[in-house]
Design a protein around this ligand. Structure first.
Ligand code: AMP
Length: 421
């Protein structure tokens, strides 16, 4: 038997309703905050991520699905969507075409990571990006929006953490301070950290190796080494969060694993998710648009992991209790009158089901019950002659005769009260 590839998963009926609810909430939150959707290809030139995500990151170094296509081009299945959105923004000069540059996207991402609970090789993200605004008040708005999104999903056990990683002016001095503090302890750190010390010392804070943690916990904090403008920016962001009455913690280790971040970084953690607990994460990346060939626009965004949000959502959310009318022909009646009846119900916006397995009335009734039909319509030869149908309410067991001409309207009225319940 051929099975799904390790680290990928099917989303089956029964589970997919939660995904649909998540997607509806994401779109609705975007509508309220004025974001427009953008859809970019899942496959891009490898160079986009090498440049955009950053050569020194784990994603680019170890995790990309890169291959040479039949035309000899090096292509990559996107490990994240921010570089793709920036590429599209620059390629289509969206700065001139859109009234505001607030964009969102949803879809699959691919990273060759070791699969575990909450970590997959194909996973899905909801992603939000804003271009061209440097004001720290946008940082606090976008964080508030992320928190609202999580709250709308009825995830109540989450925690917001923030940090500032400084900018290209203050980062070199901080990196020096970091290396000075590490000094003779560097050889005791893991091979990845020793590599990071040479390529991007800040990334040492990302290390998860248990033996390294006591050394890393003693290292200096970025927020104590910010230049005056980064410090002002960070203070303004904190003030904004306080105005929204949002609880947050400053996490000195929140540097995030992607090269382009500067100033504000943030994550929302799910308290009961285990080791992979980040529901979403993001930050400011003012240099990235220019770095990828565009004008010098500021940028800020975040990405939420849909699998983790699904895990954190309460059990019952996403159950869409949509009514089903089960239409049954009995006796000598051919299927065409019930097919036409079902079509009329569907045209009126109802969900109608016909069993084509030619089973007895009894087994069809059982099946109607099993699939959660709210009503059964029975059409026999007598009913057909009199242009009537027998309507059975599955919840109460009540039955009544309704004329064929009024049945659609009649059911529409009943079903709309059920949907609104
Ligand atoms: P990142 O793009 O690494 O900043 O990740 C943003 C969010 O995507 C994280 O907070 C997770 O919720 C989710 N995520 C990242 N990598 C994975 C993965 N391999 N499997 C599932 N979710 C992931």
């Amino acid at each position: 038997m051929i099975q799904a590839i390790r680290g990928t998963h099917d989303i089956l009926p029964g589970e997919v309703e939660r995904w649909q609810r998540l997607e509806v909430v994401a779109r609705e939150v975007c509508r309220r905050y004025g974001y427009q959707e953008i859809r970019t290809p899942v496959i891009e030139q490898e160079e986009l991520f090498a440049k955009g995500t950053g050569e020194s990151t784990d994603i680019v170094q170890k995790e990309m699905y890169t291959f040479t296509d039949k035309g000899g081009e090096k292509v990559t299945l996107r490990p994240e969507v921010t570089p793709s959105i920036v590429r599209a923004f620059v390629e289509h000069t969206l700065d001139q075409k859109l009234p505001i540059s607030k964009l969102y996207s949803m879809g699959p991402m691919f990273r060759y990571e070791r699969p575990q609970k909450g970590r997959y090789r194909q996973f899905h993200q909801f992603d939000v990006e804003v271009f061209g605004i440097e004001a720290p008040s946008l940082d606090s708005e976008i964080i508030e929006m992320a928190a609202k999104f999580v709250a709308e999903l009825e995830i109540n056990d989450s925690e917001l953490i923030i940090n500032s990683v400084g900018c290209k002016n203050c980062r070199p001095a901080f990196s020096q301070a970091l290396l000075a503090a590490l000094d003779d302890k560097l050889p005791q750190l893991c091979a990845d950290c020793r590599r990071r010390a040479e390529t991007n010392p800040l990334r040492i804070f990302d290390c998860k190796v248990v033996a390294d943690q006591s050394i890393i916990d003693g290292l200096p904090h970025t927020v104590d080494h910010l230049c005056p403008s980064c410090r002002d920016h960070f203070n303004e962001v904190k003030r904004g969060l306080e105005a929204y009455a949002l609880d947050y913690q400053i996490s000195h280790r929140l540097v995030r694993g992607i090269d382009y971040y500067m100033r504000t970084t943030f994550e929302i953690l799910g308290k009961h998710l285990g080791a992979q607990d980040a529901l979403l994460g993001g930050g400011r990346y003012d240099g990235l648009v220019k770095h990828l060939g565009g004008s010098d626009y500021a940028g800020i965004g975040y990405a939420a992991g849909l699998e983790r949000l699904i895990m954190a959502m309460p059990e019952a959310s996403g159950l869409i209790n949509f009514p089903i009318v089960y239409v049954i022909a009995i006796g000598e009646v051919s299927s065409s009158p019930v097919q036409v009846l079902a079509r009329d119900l569907r045209n009126a916006g109802l969900s109608a089901f016909i069993d084509y397995k030619v089973r007895s009335l009894r087994s069809q009734m059982k099946h109607a019950d099993k699939i959660g039909a709210t009503h059964v319509l029975i059409v026999g030869s007598n009913e057909l002659e009199r242009r009537e149908v027998l309507l059975r309410n599955m919840a109460t067991g009540d039955q009544e005769i309704i004329t064929r001409d009024t049945i659609v309207d009649h059911l529409c009225k009943i079903e709309s009260t059920l949907v609104n319940k």
